[in-house]
Design a protein. Structure first.
Length: 664
């Protein structure tokens, strides 16, 4: 507390002066939103606040982890400090916000603005503090009073109720009873008028076993796996677990504090549309998550994104977040075959996974496009998948395991690489009924595809996407290159003729698949493979039902297959230069297009392309203004492409070491 008093004494005069200046400005609403308008709101998420935390300690821990030399002590430091802010830095944040024209608002002000009963000032900020830790009372509350700022404090009921001998495992050292604010302290803060208490669930702030390999995935967003019966929690069981928990939380807060909470902060920022619906049904209509966008300016009061303040953020960090959060990041993507990881021997399978994780961590991409279906025989269509589902054989329950490890161990965004039309159904009669056949006299071509204009196809494929999204936590979907409609396809009557209308119909089909998946993954991004021919020769839209302009409007990313060998280009460098120029001449083209190179020449019996050539092509594209790059395939067992040659031209980071030789 001694440090806090010093900080307060330094800042009180400045805070009072700032407040006086604000008063002198009068009640001007210049820059404020009109009633009901969706003005920008920045929501900040803090956790513990302490005196004894320093950025240098955290950075040292992160560098040690990146170098692969984590020791138990360093790991404990990393876990304990990651979501902690120092008292000095929080006070500096508050002072910076005020002095730079930001206006800290209450949750009620946000509600009023969203319901047409008030306005929001320009540069509105909502402060939130998760977990109900004791520092919110001893450190944060005095600062709120000094600055006359409002905040929302979210409590985990089971933690606030922790008995004297209870412990909460937070990954480093366990929390004990004294680490949390008491109900009387929470009431005091609430009664001040500065603090509103929200739910952080009663007892869902933990991971649950979510796959056969034992991964612990946030409880709100996962269906529990039951090892004894080797099955999963049903949708109804999942919903009832959350409903009972949230009602318990709401009832307890009302009983202890005399006010019913209105909001829930989802633990870890993980949620589903189902969880949002359940929260509303038990009287918690406002929900908060964590998101990449700082500025919440959409209608509704659910899934409000927050900026997570971590690693003892400085004022500079805060300023950068407010200016850059939500901006487009450079994409470096690796497309990975899950078929290469799968092995009937679980020990070998885990070894394969370790090789992949080591390689991805050393390479430093931003995304991994991970195969969610199985195609071990190379038929270019999926007859089985790597996730629990209602229709196809499951080769192995593996997608959830690998995607979660990539996300948590390597810090990449995982996109589920899924077929759109190329499915092989177990019912031969159903397959024949739904399959696209060529027009009379035309020779059949691969891959086998289902007719997207048939309602039965839409139901079947949509169900598979929903099953995939239910089973694993991902950031997006990569729609496979099977999503084509040829002018020689017999699609039945009432179908648009080849051209833009057919392109839009197939886009609508993929949008429907995304909608099904969003039931369990509400923030999914989308990418779609695009052949080079429709870019180089737009008239070929009639033959593929693909268009760069249409794809840019429909998807977050366009995964352009920049594969000169596949296209039989005589001079690959010239061909890539021409392709880059075509994309650059398209409005927004370079902003969203990811150029995906090939590392294997499938026209030459899958002959490997030299890493030097791949690196040269990467360099050539960047010189021509291309920012977003990917490649396929990656052989993490044979270290191909060669990491040392590839990394300088491909990696999205410059401070990660190469993986140790023994780990490859």
């Amino acid at each position: 507390m001694k440090h806090l008093l010093v900080v307060l004494s330094i800042l009180l005069a400045g805070a009072s002066a700032s407040a006086a200046g604000d008063s002198a400005k009068g009640a001007s609403t210049a820059g404020a939103s009109a009633p009901g308008a969706y003005a920008d709101v920045v929501v900040l998420c803090y956790h513990d606040v302490r005196d004894d935390v320093g950025a240098s300690t955290i950075q040292s821990a992160y560098k040690a982890e990146a170098a692969g030399i984590i020791t138990p002590g360093v790991k404990a430091t990393l876990d304990a400090e990651q979501y902690t802010t120092s008292t000095r830095h929080l006070a500096a944040h508050f002072d910076w916000l005020r002095s730079h024209g930001y206006h800290v608002i209450s949750l009620q002000q946000l509600i009023n603005a969203r319901t047409g009963h008030g306005t929001l000032p320009d540069k509105a900020v909502l402060l939130t503090f998760d977990d109900g830790l004791h520092s919110v009372y001893t450190v944060v509350f005095p600062l709120l009073k000094a600055f006359k700022f409002s905040a929302v404090v979210a409590v985990v009921g089971a933690w606030t109720d922790l008995p004297a001998n209870g412990k909460v495992d937070n990954g480093a050292h366990p929390f004990v009873r004294n680490d949390f604010a008491t109900w009387s302290e929470l009431r005091e803060m609430q009664d001040s008028g500065l603090v509103e208490i929200a739910s952080h669930t009663y007892d869902q702030h933990h991971g649950i076993t979510a796959n056969p390999q034992g991964n612990q995935i946030p409880a709100v967003a996962a269906h529990a796996y039951r090892p004894l019966t080797r099955d999963y929690e049903t949708d109804d069981e999942y919903a009832e677990r959350l409903r009972a928990d949230l009602k318990h939380s709401s009832d307890e807060i009302h009983a202890k504090l005399g006010k019913t909470p209105r909001a829930v902060m989802w633990p870890y920022g993980e949620y589903t549309k189902v969880s949002d619906s359940i929260a509303a049904s038990v009287g918690l209509p406002i929900t908060f998550t964590l998101g990449v966008s700082a500025h919440y300016n959409t209608p509704g009061m659910q899934a409000i994104p927050r900026i997570l303040m971590q690693s003892n953020s400085t004022v500079g960090d805060l300023s950068w977040e407010l200016r850059h959060s939500g901006s487009k990041q450079i994409v470096r993507a690796v497309q990975v075959d899950l078929d290469y990881i799968y092995d009937p021997d679980p020990v070998q399978q885990e070894h394969n996974l370790s090789l992949l994780l080591d390689r991805i961590k050393a390479l430093g991409p931003t995304q991994v496009w991970l195969q969610a279906f199985a195609d071990p025989d190379g038929q270019d269509s999926a007859g089985s998948v790597y996730f629990p589902n209602h229709l196809l054989p499951m080769r192995a329950d593996l997608f959830s395991r690998v995607s979660w490890q990539l996300r948590t161990r390597c810090g990449v965004k995982v996109y589920a690489w899924m077929p759109v039309l190329a499915w092989r159904l177990p019912d031969a009669k159903q397959q024949a009924r739904l399959e696209i056949h060529p027009k009379a006299g035309i020779k059949p071509e691969n891959p086998i595809r289902l007719n997207p204009f048939l309602p039965e196809t839409q139901t079947i494929v949509g169900g598979l996407y929903e099953d995939m999204a239910r089973s694993a936590r991902i950031s997006g979907i990569l729609f496979h290159d099977d999503a084509i409609l040829r002018d020689t396809d017999d699609l039945g009557t009432g179908v648009p003729a080849p051209g833009p209308a057919r392109t839009q119909a197939l886009i609508a089909f993929t949008n429907g698949l995304k909608t099904r998946a969003e039931q369990w993954q509400p923030t999914l991004k989308t990418a779609r493979n695009l052949f080079a021919e429709p870019v180089l020769h737009p008239v070929s839209e009639n033959w593929f039902a693909q268009s760069l302009t249409a794809f840019l409007a429909a998807y977050d990313e366009v995964a352009l297959m920049a594969m000169p060998n596949m296209e039989h280009a005589k001079n690959p460098s010239d061909w890539l230069a021409k392709l880059a120029a075509k994309v650059a001449s398209t409005p927004g083209g370079l902003d969203q297009t990811v150029f995906e190179l090939q590392t294997v020449n499938w026209n030459a019996r899958e002959h490997a392309i030299s890493t030097d050539d791949v690196a040269h092509q990467l360099h050539l594209l960047q010189v021509r203004g291309v920012s977003h790059l990917a490649y396929y395939p990656d052989d993490f067992v044979k270290n191909y492409p060669d990491l040392k040659v590839l990394r300088p031209e491909f990696s999205a980071t410059d401070d990660l070491p190469l993986a140790p030789e023994g780990s490859r």
